[in-house]
Ligand binder design. Structure first.
Ligand SMILES: [Zn+2]
Length: 645
């Protein structure tokens, strides 16, 4: 895993250096690769280390940026309420490479220390619990974001651009913040001053654009809760235009596109695709979560996309990429994973929603989408959806597990619950007042699925989420007349799961007939019987790919026509057996007679024509006694005991 991760990391980096191919169509696999967020992999403290003893209610961020200069100067105000008694110290995450100039509290300066990316500020006295208070941190410096992450300076068409991309741990690389997955800022102002000729893209609504000498100040505001990693700015000579989406509420949603001037024409031809995508998500789930503000795209040079709240940053406008990032507005931004271990709640949903956009908007590619996902997931035998190492960014954003396997787990939950209940549970999850605008963990989703369906999903989550691997099915079927026997065995690719329990669909096909039956498969070796009043030509396991499985084998014996069409007489017999039969296809058949010790005592081949045909076997030379007559061919396997008199 580590080697592969490093390799992927290197590939992404070299791709980035080569520049972006704007015509490349993204699929969920390379989106995952591209979404592997840049952080210092050898950083000593990636995650937030602050003491969570306050509730963050509001941020006001004032920044000065010149995209031609790799530097940030800022003043970030925090409104907060202490949540503990004896509160006399507050902590923020902030990279030590940035310099804190001062901390202002009610117009006086506070003392602070700033070791190891932790800014610790001391109050002169204890602050009362649950009482709103505020302070402002003044800081500046050249951020230490690595490679293509956190805070990036680049150029497009010879023009400088600066963008930010903080997920998962990089917000503190460029601004002081509460960089955890517990406490969102309830609202936020982002006020950025840049040289004239530049525009600033950010979260929420653009309130004003004010010239100030040779500079211009952009004031963005969001009134929705926002996690620190979803705060972003993009600064360059953007041009902009809007698309509009009719929402289920009856309102119209603005999709605001900030694009490089040289890409305006191609962007304008591609972004209208998002209209049907948002309408679809809106109808399948809940109203677009930030409908009072906007959705948007901001073009940047990083090789992929990032779902910054209300304004996804994207390298291009291909369907898969914009459908994926847009889905994150529901899954990731509105309801955010409550730990990086639960990253699938962001990425699997975004991947699956992108798949659903194929199913509903481009149905001819839906089967291919599913088969590609299965092939990718089953390209290795192990790995859990649960993120097993949250210090490894490449594991967090593992395309095979956190994106595709998780998406297929959602697809199987939909299969297990049925469409209607599955989507009701998803809507309840998004509407849950404890999760909406806040954070969720995997048991929260499980509880909603269980409460809507009445099913206990503990085994399902153990098999598919916490443990590893996938099943392979071996089916053996046998048709005798209209009676069909089906034996279903299952093996597993990883020893952590002894059996994957799922209802399995099996399709039985015969001339002019096609029947799919769902069997409740609860143990390996289970035998099912059913009745089918037509000769079976072919049996297909899981024809619509509801189940994540691979290397499945189906074998069978059809002797529908023989039992109905083969007649052997007389029996007992003295000298000549008459065998009449009715085959659907002409065949060369073997006619063998065995004695009771299994020794072949007579053998002949006969060509038998289709329709009614009759053959004769002389057995006058056999001794008296019991024998077994066996007739075999491609479609025929017939056995009958005969008695020679
Ligand atoms: Zn994503």
């Amino acid at each position: 895993m580590k080697n592969k991760s490093i390799l992927l990391f290197a590939l992404v980096a070299s791709f980035n250096l080569m520049g972006q191919d704007k015509t490349k169509e993204w699929n969920s696999n390379n989106i995952a690769d591209m979404e592997k967020k840049a952080v210092k992999l050898n950083s000593k403290s990636l995650r937030s280390s602050i003491v969570n003893n306050y509730d963050l209610t509001y941020n006001r961020c004032e920044w000065q940026i010149d995209p031609a200069v790799y530097y940030i100067r800022g003043a970030v105000s925090f409104f907060f309420k202490p949540t503990v008694l004896g509160f006399n110290q507050i902590q923020f995450d902030l990279a030590s490479t940035l310099t804190v100039d001062s901390v202002k509290y009610h117009s006086s300066n506070l003392t602070y220390t700033h070791p190891a990316d932790l800014l610790q500020i001391d109050f002169a006295s204890t602050l009362p619990m649950n009482t709103l208070d505020s302070l402002t941190i003044y800081y500046q410096g050249a951020p230490s974001g690595s490679g293509f992450g956190s805070f990036v300076q680049d150029n497009h068409n010879g023009t400088p651009v600066i963008w930010t991309l903080s997920e998962p741990f990089g917000a503190k690389d460029w601004w002081p913040c509460k960089n955890d997955l517990i406490d969102k800022s309830d609202s936020m102002d982002v006020i950025v001053t840049v040289p004239q000729g530049n525009r600033v893209a950010s979260n929420g609504v653009l309130l004003s654009e004010t010239p100030m000498g040779s500079n211009v100040q952009f004031h963005w505001k969001t009134k929705y809760p926002i996690a620190s990693y979803l705060v972003a700015i993009g600064v360059t000579n953007y041009v902009y235009y809007s698309n509009y989406v009719p929402l289920s509420s009856g309102d119209s949603l603005e999709v605001l596109n900030y694009v490089y001037p040289e890409d305006l024409v191609s962007a304008q031809s591609q972004t209208p695709d998002i209209i049907n995508v948002i309408k679809l998500y809106d109808s399948l789930t809940i109203l677009y979560p930030f409908s009072n503000e906007k959705y948007g795209h901001c073009e940047f040079g990083w090789g992929g996309g990032m779902e910054h709240q209300t304004m996804s940053f994207v390298v291009g406008f291909g369907h898969s990429l914009i459908a994926h990032e847009c889905a994150h507005q529901w899954f990731g931004d509105h309801v955010t994973c409550g730990s990086w271990q639960d990253i699938w709640l962001n990425e699997s949903f975004a991947t699956y929603m992108e798949g659903l956009s194929e199913e509903f908007l481009f149905p001819t590619t839906w089967m291919t989408w599913k088969q590609n996902a299965i092939n990718y997931i089953t390209s290795a035998p192990d790995g859990s959806v649960l993120c097993s190492d949250t210090n490894d960014v490449n594991r967090i954003f593992d395309g095979r597990l956190s994106y595709n396997k998780g998406a297929y787990v959602l697809h199987m939950l939909r299969w297990k619950l049925g469409d209607s209940l599955f989507f009701v549970a998803v809507r309840n999850y998004l509407n849950d007042p404890l999760l909406a605008g806040a954070y969720a963990k995997t048991p929260d989703l499980k509880a909603h699925l269980e409460s809507v369906s009445g099913q206990n999903l503990t085994s399902f989550f153990n098999e598919w989420y916490y443990n590893q691997g996938y099943p392979s099915y071996q089916l053996v079927w046998n048709q005798n007349g209209s009676s069909v026997t089906l034996t279903v065995n299952q093996s597993q690719s990883d020893p952590s799961v002894s059996f994957f329990e799922l209802p399995i669909p099996v399709e039985f096909i015969g001339a002019g007939h096609d029947t799919t039956i769902v069997f409740d498969h609860t143990y390996s070796g289970q035998v099912f019987t059913t009745t089918l009043n037509f000769p079976i030509d072919n049996v297909i396991f899981d024809p619509e790919l509801h189940i994540l499985s691979a290397n499945n084998i189906v074998t069978g014996i059809q002797n529908y026509s023989q039992n109905n069409g083969v007649t052997v007489y007389p029996n007992p017999v003295k000298s000549n057996l008459t065998i009449s039969m009715q085959l659907r296809n002409p065949e060369l058949l073997s006619f063998d007679i065995f004695d009771l010790e299994g020794k072949k005592v007579m053998s002949k081949m006969e060509s038998v024509s289709s329709g009614m045909d009759t053959k004769y076997i002389g057995i006058e030379n056999l001794a008296k006694g019991s024998y077994l007559l066996q007739i075999k061919g491609k479609d025929v396997n017939f056995n009958q005991k005969i008695v020679k008199e």
